[in-house]
Design a protein around this ligand. Sequence first.
Ligand code: ZN
Length: 241
Amino acid sequence: MALHQSKICMGCWEHLHLPVPLRGVASVPFRAFGIRPSRMNPNTCTICETMFERIMKKRHVIVDATVLFADLRGYTSLSQSHSAEAVSMLLDTFYDESAGAIWEHDGILNKTMGDGLMAVFNFPISHDDHAIRALRAARQIQARWREIRLTLPETAGEDIGVGIGVDTGQVNFGEFGHSHTDITAIGTVVNTAARAQAAAASGQILLTEAVHARVQGDLPEGQARDYQLKGFQAATRLYAA
Ligand SMILES: [Zn+2]
């Protein structure tokens, strides 16, 4: 399924009521000023990405959002036993396929780090059902990866799976740090999603109780278990999806 390509930036339209053209003839003068589709999501623009403070009139906003972390299991040992080309192709494919799944559900691929990534749903493109969208993106990442990894030269026979963790709730979204102006989310939801991802087995998706409460119709029953997550004193209940 090809990604729906919006003619205008969905983020600027929602937050500024401004039709910033992303594609076609109308976008040409904008491109001359460096305004083009964002690498975080091609239906948002570089204004959304780099001028957060000017758009939102503050450096940070508290938003309800769903955060997804995904990570390649077994990547580190694989990178020692295979050529640099094979390993970088594996990683590029993982990022490309994951990005496609995230964008199809209107999330942003906010960060890539080593062999993992972080995605945010409900900002700058808002949807009330952002937790469900994140779950569907997670399932699509798993499905796409299971299929495409078998087609990669050199590493096709290796057991490289993806672990995913998802949490939802209030995050602090905006520009952090003074040396750069990248947008991201911070807060407990982000930390919990990262820890849930670390606890997930290869091929598994783990959801927090908050996500579970919002996606119940989409889940099989009886998949909950208590986990002792790193950095958390109390046990955390997570649901396999
Ligand atoms: Zn924009």
